[in-house]
Design a protein around this ligand. Structure first.
Ligand SMILES: Cc1ncc(COP(=O)(O)O)c(C=O)c1O
Length: 375
C-alpha cells in the first residue's frame, strides 16, 4: 500500500478560464461595454453572438436562450412535442436531458448506454420505439461524439426528430461537421464549467430549420414580435446580453482551448495505458473527443478516489445515479438498465482543464499508477 501523501493544494477537477489574467482583462472590458450601454436583454450583443455561434457550428441559425435545459425544452415545444409523446433519452446523462422532456409534458423513455463508449446506440433507440415516440436525444457526453449516422437512419425510418444534446461537446466534430449541426436541432449549455461557458447560466438552440428557429425565438420571449404583439404563449428564457458579450470573447478562444483539452486528454490516456483504469472507447473510428470531462472506469472506484485524494488529485463522479435511479425518476430497481448502472458504480472523473500543466498531468498519472486495487 502506498503511504505517500501531499500537503500541496489538490489539483481540482476543473479550473475556470478567467484564472487566465489576459483573458480576464478582455472579459472585464466587455462587461464594462455592456454596462455603459445599459442594454441588458436582446439587442446587438445577442444578435452578434447568435450569428457568430451559428457560423462556428456550421449551422444556419442559432438562438440564444437562458440555459441548456431550456434549449432542449424550447426545441421540443417548437417541434410541438408534449403530452402523450415519448422522447428517447440515454439514462447515463445529466438529469437535465430528461427534465427538459418532462417539463414540456412529454415522457422521457430512459434507455441503456454502451458501457464501453458510455453513449447511446442506434440499437437501444430502435428497441425503445413505440407508436408514441416522436424524438430521440443523443447526448455527446463528456465531449465524446455519439455515432449519429445509424441513429439518424433509425430515426428517419421511424419519423422521429433528433435533438443533439451538445451541452458537453461544444466544437467537437462529428466526421466533417460540428456537433449540433448534424441532427434536426443542437442544444448547448453555457454553464460556467462548460467548454464554452459564461459567467452564469445560458444556452443556445442551433438548427438548419428556419421556421423552427423562428418559433424558438418567439417562445423564449413571450411569443412577442414585434413589441407587445404576442403571437404564441411563450416564456422568459432569453440569453442575457452580458452573457452573449462574454461568450463572444470566449468563442474566439474555443478552438484553442479545445486543442489544449485534446492534447491533455491524449497525454493522460497515454500515461494511463496499461494501468488498472479503463478509458471510454470511441463510438466510431476517428470519433472526436473534446474532453469536457476525463472519465475513467475502475472496479475499485471508491478506493481509487480515496487514493487519489491522498495524492493531491481531486476527483468527481459524473454521475453517481443514472437518471432512472434518481428519486425524481422513480428510483427504479437495480438491474433495470445494467450498462448505465455499472458505469455509475465504476466511473471516476479525473482533473482536466485547458490550463492544466504537464507537471499536473504527470502527478495525476503517477497517482493512478501507484494505486494498487485492493489497497
Ligand atoms: C448533458 C447535459 N445536458 C443538459 C445540461 C443542462 O444545461 P444547463 O445546466 O445549462 O441547464 C447539462 C449541463 O448542465 C448537461 O451536462
Amino acid at each position: 500500500m502506498s503511504t505517500h501523501t501531499t500537503t500541496a493544494p489538490a489539483i481540482p477537477v476543473t479550473r475556470l478560464d478567467q484564472s487566465d489574467p489576459v483573458l480576464l482583462e478582455e472579459l472585464l472590458a466587455v462587461v464594462e461595454r455592456v454596462a455603459r450601454q445599459g442594454a441588458f436583454t436582446m439587442g446587438s450583443e445577442l444578435e452578434a453572438f447568435e450569428q457568430e455561434f451559428a457560423t462556428y457550428c456550421g449551422s444556419p441559425h442559432a438562438v440564444g436562450v437562458s440555459s441548456g435545459t431550456e434549449a432542449i425544452s424550447l426545441a421540443l415545444r417548437a417541434l410541438d412535442i408534449g403530452p402523450g409523446d415519448e422522447v428517447i433519452v440515454p439514462s447515463n446523462s445529466f438529469i437535465a436531458t430528461a427534465e427538459a422532456v418532462s417539463w414540456v409534458g412529454a415522457t422521457p423513455v430512459l434507455v441503456d448506454v454502451d458501457p464501453q463508449t458510455h453513449l447511446l446506440t442506434a440499437d437501444a433507440v430502435a428497441a425503445a420505439i413505440t407508436p408514441s415516440t416522436r424524438c430521440v436525444v443523443p447526448v455527446h457526453l463528456m465531449g465524446s461524439t455519439v455515432d449519429l449516422d445509424p441513429i439518424l437512419a433509425v430515426a428517419r425510418d421511424a419519423g422521429l426528430r433528433v435533438i443533439e444534446d451538445t451541452a458537453q461537446a461544444h466544437g467537437a466534430f462529428h466526421r466533417d461537421r460540428r456537433v449540433g449541426s448534424v441532427g434536426d436541432v443542437g442544444c448547448f449549455s453555457f454553464y460556467p464549467t462548460k467548454n464554452l461557458g459564461g459567467w452564469g447560466d445560458g444556452g443556445a438552440v442551433v438548427t438548419p430549420d428556419e421556421d423552427l428557429a423562428a418559433r424558438v425565438r418567439l417562445l423564449r420571449s413571450h411569443g412577442e414580435s414585434p413589441r407587445y404583439h404576442h403571437r404564441i404563449v411563450g416564456t422568459t428564457a432569453r440569453l442575457d446580453a452580458l452573457q452573449a458579450a462574454l461568450l463572444r470573447v470566449k468563442l474566439r478562444h474555443l478552438d484553442d482551448r479545445n486543442a489544449d483539452r485534446r492534447r491533455l486528454g491524449a497525454a493522460l490516456a497515454d500515461g494511463l495505458a496499461g494501468t488498472s483504469v479503463e478509458l471510454p472507447a470511441p463510438a466510431f473510428d476517428g470519433a472526436d473527443h473534446v474532453y469536457h470531462l476525463f472519465v475513467v472506469r475502475s472496479g475499485h472506484r471508491d478506493a481509487l478516489r480515496a487514493h487519489l485524494e491522498r495524492h493531491g488529485v481531486s476527483t468527481a463522479v459524473h454521475y453517481p445515479f443514472p437518471i432512472h435511479r434518481t428519486e425524481a425518476y422513480g428510483a427504479l430497481p437495480e438491474g433495470t438498465l445494467p450498462g448505465a448502472e455499472r458505469l455509475a458504480r465504476e466511473i471516476c472523473t479525473l482533473p482536466l482543464f485547458p490550463t492544466m500543466t504537464d507537471h499536473e498531468v504527470a502527478q495525476i498519472v503517477a497517482a493512478v499508477r501507484s494505486f494498487e486495487p485492493g489497497e
